[in-house]
Design a binder for this molecule. Structure first.
Ligand code: KIV
Ligand code: NA
Length: 265
């Protein structure tokens, strides 16, 4: 099948076809999700927590993201691959954003980038789209601003709903091809989705977004920790791996691995 392009996502919105997005950070997951028909893969800065073991997304660097982006773009033959711009790599200026985004495109071979923030980051979005780099926006709860927002809290409640809609419209006007809405009341996400021509991608934003995204380790149950309300666990990958490791350990300790069929003579 041919590569998914940003115009395909917009066409799906026009047809009212909801589409799924998952994170991926390495070869096997990228291949499996690509072959499962996931049209958009996100190399999220959630790699900070889910690959590198940091306590939040703030510490991860562009240098740490690039090899993961490269692995995913090398492995997915159909999905559109979006690379997150890490905290501190685009906020200073449109020039800084362009420098980082160009690295994601040239060194990572990404097909698009994502950055967090609303109308204040419209100049960054414009700089990138002018350079031919597709940009996905991300508003609502933005994990890179965790400390500024006072923790993991739903955004856009009550009077702040209008500001959220204005941010989404500003990103669209700046040329974004889609916008992630994270931890936003379902009613507000529905309103944003209706007002935008570009697709909305929800995470904790109710059923009326054009697309839905989850971190794969949450979706597949590799992460056994407490997960937020918006996560649905579709498998117990942690349980499967734990069982496999325990059986391997028991076989080695008991002398039943390797057996004759695993040995050379
Ligand atoms: O980094 C990430 O995984 C994300 C998605 C959850 C939208 O930004
Ligand atoms: Na992210």
């Amino acid at each position: 099948a041919r590569r998914v392009r940003v115009h395909h996502l917009r066409e799906m919105k026009e047809r009212g076809e909801a589409w799924p997005m998952l994170t991926a950070y390495d070869m096997y997951t990228a291949k499996i999700f690509d072959q499962a028909g996931i049209p958009v893969l996100l190399v999220g800065d959630s790699a900070a927590n889910n690959v590198y073991g940091y306590e939040s997304s703030l510490p991860v660097s562009t240098e740490e993201m690039l090899p993961l982006v490269r692995a995913v773009t090398r492995s997915a033959s159909r999905a559109l691959v979006v690379a997150d711009l890490p905290f501190g790599s685009y906020q200073a200026s449109p020039e800084q954003a362009l420098t980082t985004a160009v690295r994601m495109m040239k060194e990572g071979r990404a097909h698009a980038v994502k950055l967090e923030g609303g109308s204040r980051f419209a100049p960054q979005v414009e700089a990138l789209t002018s350079a031919g780099i597709p940009v996905m926006g991300h508003i609502g709860f933005t994990p890179q601003s965790e400390h500024g927002l006072g923790g993991y809290r739903v955004q856009g409640r009550g009077a702040s709903a209008d500001a959220l809609v204005a941010d989404a419209l500003a990103l669209e006007a700046a040329g974004a091809f889609a916008v992630v809405l994270e931890m936003v009341p379902a009613e507000v996400a529905k309103r944003v989705t209706a007002e935008l021509a570009i697709p909305t991608v929800g995470i904790g934003a109710g059923p009326d977004c054009d697309a839905q995204v989850l971190v794969w380790q949450d979706m597949a149950g590799l992460n056994q920790g407490r997960s937020p309300r918006f996560v649905k666990r579709y498998a117990d990958v942690a349980g499967v791996l734990s069982q496999a490791a325990s059986e391997f350990a028991a076989d080695v300790r008991g002398g039943s691995f390797p057996a004759e069929e695993h040995s050379f003579h």
